[in-house]
Design a protein around this ligand. Structure first.
Ligand code: NI
Length: 153
C-alpha cells in the first residue's frame, strides 16, 4: 500500500465527471487499498478517486466502523433532512453547514464485482452524498452556496 497525494480545490480534476469502472483488476484493488490508507492518514471520513487525481467512479468511506468501498455507486433513495458542518480533504480547514438527506440508500459494486445495496443514516448518509457528488465534479462548497442562495429568496 502507498499514500496517494490528495488533490486540492483549484485542480481541474475535481471538476470533471468520472467514468464508470468497467474492469476491476489488481490495479483497482491497489487503488482501493491506497485510498483507504490515504483516508486514514488524513483522518478523513471519505475519499473519492478524483481527490487522488483519477477520474474513476470509486469512493471510500470510513465513519469509524470500518472501510466501505463503493465502485460505480448510485443513490437509490433519499429521505429526511439533516444540517451539520461539513468539510472535505480537498478543502482543508474549511467547515460549512450543509443540509443533506438523513437516510440514503446506495447501490454499488464491491471489489469482487458483486453488486450490493447499503442504507446509511446521519453521517453515513452525508458521506454517501458528499462522495458521490465528487464523482460528478460537485464539491460541498457548491451545495453550501446553493443552499445559502435559496435561503435568501
Ligand atoms: Ni470531499
Amino acid at each position: 500500500m502507498a499514500l496517494r497525494k490528495i488533490v486540492k480545490l483549484g485542480d481541474e480534476v475535481l471538476r470533471k465527471k468520472c467514468k464508470p469502472v468497467t474492469i476491476i483488476d489488481p490495479k483497482i484493488h491497489a487503488l482501493l487499498d491506497d485510498m483507504a490508507e490515504t483516508l486514514h492518514a488524513a483522518n478523513g471520513v471519505g475519499l473519492a478517486a478524483p481527490q487522488v487525481g483519477l477520474l474513476k467512479r470509486i469512493v471510500i468511506i470510513d465513519i469509524g466502523e470500518g472501510v466501505i468501498e463503493l465502485i460505480n455507486p448510485e443513490i437509490l433513495s433519499a429521505s429526511g433532512e439533516q444540517t451539520d458542518d461539513e468539510g472535505c480533504l480537498s478543502i482543508p480547514d474549511r467547515w460549512l453547514p450543509v443540509t443533506r438527506p438523513n437516510v440514503v440508500e446506495v447501490r454499488a459494486v464491491n471489489r469482487y464485482g458483486k453488486s450490493f445495496t447499503m442504507k446509511g443514516e446521519g453521517l453515513l448518509a452525508r458521506a454517501f452524498c458528499h462522495e458521490i457528488d465528487h464523482l460528478n465534479g460537485r464539491m460541498f462548497i457548491d451545495v453550501y452556496k446553493e443552499q445559502q442562495k435559496e435561503q435568501k429568496k
